[in-house]
Design a binder for this molecule. Sequence first.
Ligand SMILES: Nc1ncnc2c1ncn2[C@@H]1O[C@H](COP(=O)(O)OP(=O)(O)OP(=O)(O)O)[C@@H](O)[C@H]1O
Ligand SMILES: [Mg+2]
Length: 465
Amino acid sequence: MSDQLINQQGGEKRTLLIVEDDLGLQSQLRWHFEEYNVVVAVNRDEALTALRRERPAVILQDLGLPPDDEGVEEGFATLQESLAIDPTLKVVVVTGHSDNANALRAVSMGAYDFYQKPVDTNILDLIVQRAFQMAGLEEQLRKAQTEQSSPLQGIIASSPQMLKICRNIEKLAPTNVTTLLLGESGTGKEVFAKAIHNLSEQKGNNFVAINCAAVPETLMESELFGYEKGAFTGANKLTPGKIETAENGTLFLDEIGDMPLPLQAKLLRFLQERVIERVGGRKEIPVNVRVVCATNKDLETMVKEHTFREDLYYRISEMVINIPPLRERQGDKILLARFMLEKFATEQNKKLSGFTPAAANAIEAYEWPGNIRELENKIKRAVIMSDTKNIDNEDLDLSDEIELSINLRSVRQNAEINAINAALSLADGNMSACAKLLGITRPTLYDLIKKYDIKETLIAQESDQ
Ligand SMILES: Nc1ncnc2c1ncn2[C@@H]1O[C@H](COP(=O)(O)OP(=O)(O)OP(=O)(O)O)[C@@H](O)[C@H]1O
Ligand SMILES: [Mg+2]
């Protein structure tokens, strides 16, 4: 780094943008503020370009800028656009002598402070110093807030359920237990699988994921176990499978509930004996891999229905982690939304400071059936579409969906009420017969009747049954 960019503390010089069309004053200020990395601009265009390129934390800006150097409108427009680009900016506005009205107007528009000409550099020094201090403190605070909300690397959460899961992951990661991650689509199963890997002894080695739902059944065996040269037509060279590739690392079996039954037996053998045989091979190859599985299917029901092997189920579920859907995570919706906003705003090089109250309410009210993946997509879209400082309800495009989800729920409830009423009258109010007609148990029927407050007139007395 050149000497020019080093300040007395030995750190990088902080950047100060001076927007001033009076060239005499401009050079006086530039000379005065030599402890900063001073960038100058004479009009709105130059100021905005410098702002985007140099990312100053503080701007010292004259209100009378060309072509309106006798007025203030160009100065206010510059202030407004600067803050739209970077809402964290500290803008110190320089106004005419005793021009209190415009000084107040500037502060109410978001300027950090004002200074009235003629220039007294000692006072101006203090104001600029304080502005840098404030910008630095706010930056530290923002950093601390992000660190605090990330209990595990790559995971943003503050709800008690999620914090507990993170603690459990920290405990189980260094062991060798086979872990099963259960959760709806988009809840972060893969994120947790990677977190386990990164906290484990295997972290220096491969993390190999295979999506059991995406590989056709005919190819699954060779994908997992590899094949020898000549094992089948087209097998012209020895190819190791995913399991071997994960040697000394982690194998992530994603969507394990979609594993075809014939392969479940082969997988079980690998898990029990920790050896594999390549397709077309004759020898057993010992392997050392950590296994993490995930699914959004109800494996216990699948076991009962004989579509998932019970012995395999017990083998993979040495440790089960239930990842709750986003709608059940108290406080996490808005936290994640802010995190995504910052991430995409940086990616898109857009300066956005947050959400309008309406947008924040919509985020809280929405059910997020697609969980964090859906939130991520919606925020990304909003960041691209938004042309204001804060993301608004409309940018999120959620209101129709909120109505839809409310309607869907009431449609489902109405359907249940109608079916119960119909069954009750068909069964002459006899509860056992009614439950049978509906294909539910009597206690469930009682629960539903209570829940929907169904009229007693339809229900026969217990003694009638
Ligand atoms: N707690 C979290 N903090 C930050 N980002 C998250 C979190 N949980 C999930 N994500 C992000 O959300 C997206 C979905 O996560 P992931 O792919 O792990 O979900 P999944 O449960 O495997 O979903 P699917 O069932 O659809 O495969 C990813 O882009 C991931 O980075
Ligand atoms: Mg996944």
